[in-house]
Design a protein around this ligand. Structure first.
Ligand code: SIN
Length: 303
């Protein structure tokens, strides 16, 4: 068996596989299926300062090899998360990345300040949610706003700060460089691609919010391309995600330059996907005689 460990921003991961924010809740439903200790880490459902009920339904739609969501950052708020969910997660012997967002810069800063006082291992600042009117992608699609919110959050936390980027931009590398310069310790990408479906009988958009974020296997090549471009543009670590469904996909994402890989929509069709992917990665590495997963990071040989 290969050494599957990776170290990102000084934090040790036993393997590079992390269920992505929003598909794994706080792990409670999944710990009945497999020990959460098997995971490299867990990115928790995005937390905001106050409880949010999210967008009206329908807010999920299937698409060919993918899905659309317009959840709208439904969550119980930072105080509930810290008091009721984080203690259980911190017992799981895996890295906890607390994903958080805000409608304003001040809200992001306040959530980060409260998380900084906890034992959570890393913060993942979401500046890329396409389903909210304020904050979210409004922060992540402008270099100036992305840098501003990153810099303000940086001031209130000494924990490793990962900034999660939107693919709905003209230049992913410009945004990545802006958040790196503003103090991000790592970058995660891609969040969902903005999409839309229409019911041709009712002439209504399928989602009540009209548009939503697309994820799933169909977006994988876009994610690999953006991870590759970003990893070549910044010096800080990159955590890749977007349509990863198999161990082979995770290896490909790491060859593009990702130091770890988040698994999202695949978990909805196979709740065991993260542990299956870890096993499949191991099988691939063994079959190639590769002794250390770190050997494949950025190993792509571009033509
Ligand atoms: C949502 O809650 O709307 C999804 C989160 C995201 O896309 O960042």
């Amino acid at each position: 068996m290969a050494d599957m460990s990776v170290k990102i921003c000084g934090v040790d991961f036993k393997n590079p596989i992390i269920p992505a924010s929003g598909v794994f809740g706080y792990g409670r439903e999944y710990e009945e299926l497999f020990p959460l200790q098997r995971l490299g880490g867990i990115a928790t459902k995005g937390t905001t300062l106050h409880k949010r009920t999210g967008n009206p339904a329908p807010r999920i739609a299937e698409t060919p090899s993918g899905m659309l969501n317009s959840v709208g950052l439904q969550n119980p708020g930072i105080d509930y998360f810290i008091e009721n969910e984080l203690p259980n997660l911190l017992e799981k012997e895996t890295v906890i990345l607390a994903n958080f967002a805000g409608s304003t810069v001040d809200e992001c800063v306040e959530v980060a300040r409260r998380l900084d006082e906890t034992d959570v291992h890393m913060l993942e600042l979401n500046i890329s949610c396409p389903n909210v009117k304020q904050g979210g992608a409004a922060f992540g699609t402008s270099c100036d706003m992305a840098a501003e919110v990153t810099a303000q959050v940086r001031r209130v936390t000494s924990k490793p700060l990962v900034v999660k980027l939107s693919p709905n931009v003209t230049s992913i590398t410009d945004i990545a460089k802006a958040v790196e310069a503003a103090g991000a310790d790592a970058i995660s990408l891609i969040n969902t691609l903005l999409g839309m479906r229409i019911d041709v009988n009712t002439r209504r958009p399928v989602l009540r919010n009209n548009v939503g974020g697309m994820s799933g296997a169909a977006v994988f090549p876009i994610a690999v391309r953006m991870v590759w471009q970003t990893a070549n543009a910044v010096k800080i670590p990159v955590i890749g995600m977007g349509g990863v469904s198999s161990g082979r996909d995770a290896i490909e994402m790491m060859m593009a330059g990702a130091q770890a890989v988040q698994v999202g929509a695949a978990i909805f069709t196979d709740p065991y996907a993260p542990v299956r992917i870890i096993d499949e990665m191991n099988e691939f590495l063994d079959s190639k005689g590769i002794k250390d997963v770190k050997e494949i990071i950025g190993a792509v040989k571009p033509w």
